[in-house]
Design a protein around this ligand. Structure first.
Ligand SMILES: *[C@@H]1O[C@H](CO)[C@@H](O)[C@H](O)[C@H]1NC(C)=O
Ligand SMILES: *[C@@H]1O[C@H](CO)[C@@H](O)[C@H](O)[C@H]1NC(C)=O
Length: 265
């Protein structure tokens, strides 16, 4: 099951690249009066990007006085939301993996497992989309606020052309860009998985049955519960897979699905 293998891994990549971030930029202010200059002003910031709380001091180039400044903006809500979604998606997909592998029978009991799995998968797909979009916007704000050229505009010393203000280095953003990419990859992974989980619920073949023969709805077998699963299971698909383990599950399911479906009709 590709979902089982990739979902926890992709979730880890998403929250590790965002939640583990720390970066910085360096500026230099070269005053007319060299003794007032500071050629390496370091500004460090990290997750969760409460940039307005990142303060630093820069020379004013007017005597010994310094100017206290802070970066602008606050992307903490989108960053924290993104990481929270990633952590919970990780925990859920890990738990789902354990259930798929060790509790196959319990999972299918009363069809409750597939039903819960379906709902949770839909919810997480939505959360990944919202979280990734919000964090993509948050990241673009972070990029503007930590752009050395933008920071230099805050400094009074740099408004005088006689003082030379320069960006020494910009923050490295590659891991944050990666986190956004993995956010959307996770969305695609979870949204794509909706279809497979949907098939597990049995609604898929029920709908087909209903369409092909509306009268069958009233037949006795319909109300006995587990109508669909029984015929599904008795086709040999799941019994065989249980002993083969999870990796063969997906394949067995895909090949046996349409076959048992045809058998039902
Ligand atoms: C320059 O600024 C840094 C902070 O970025 C500070 O630690 C350092 O002491 C300053 N240097 C001088 C010469 O004021
Ligand atoms: C340069 O700055 C130092 C210390 O702030 C001051 O003593 C000195 O007079 C200044 N020199 C000039 C030319 O302004």
């Amino acid at each position: 099951m590709c979902m089982v293998i990739f979902a926890p891994l992709f979730a880890i990549f998403a929250f590790a690249t965002c939640g583990g971030y720390s970066g910085g930029l360096r500026l230099s202010v070269d005053c007319v009066n060299k003794t007032e200059s500071n050629l390496s002003i370091d500004i460090a910031f990290a997750y969760p990007f409460r940039l307005h709380q990142v303060t630093f001091e820069v020379p004013t180039c007017e005597g010994k006085e310094r100017q206290k400044l802070a970066l602008t903006g606050d992307s903490s809500s989108s960053a924290e939301f993104f990481v929270t979604v990633a952590v919970f998606a990780f925990l859920y997909s890990l738990a789902a993996t354990v259930v798929y592998i060790f509790f196959q029978n319990k999972y299918r009991e009363n069809n409750r497992g597939p039903l819960v799995d379906f709902i949770v998968t839909v919810v997480f797909s939505f959360l990944w989309l919202v979280g990734s979009s919000a964090w993509a916007k948050g990241l673009s704000d972070v990029k503007v606020a930590t752009d050395p050229k933008e920071v230099l505009l805050l400094m009074s010393a740099c408004k005088q052309t006689s003082n030379k203000c320069m960006a020494v280095h910009s923050p490295v953003m590659s891991s944050l860009n990666t986190s956004v990419v993995f956010g959307f990859l996770n969305f695609i992974l979870w949204a794509g998985n909706i279809w497979f989980v949907f098939k597990e619920t049995g609604w898929h073949s029920t709908g087909q049955r209903y369409l092909s023969d509306p009268m069958e709805k009233h037949s006795g077998s319909y109300n006995h519960g587990g109508y669909n699963q029984e015929s599904y299971g008795s086709s040999g698909g799941y019994g065989r897979q249980a002993s083969l383990g999870p990796s063969s599950d997906e394949f067995g399911q895909q090949s046996s699905g349409p076959a048992s479906f045809t058998n039902q009709i």
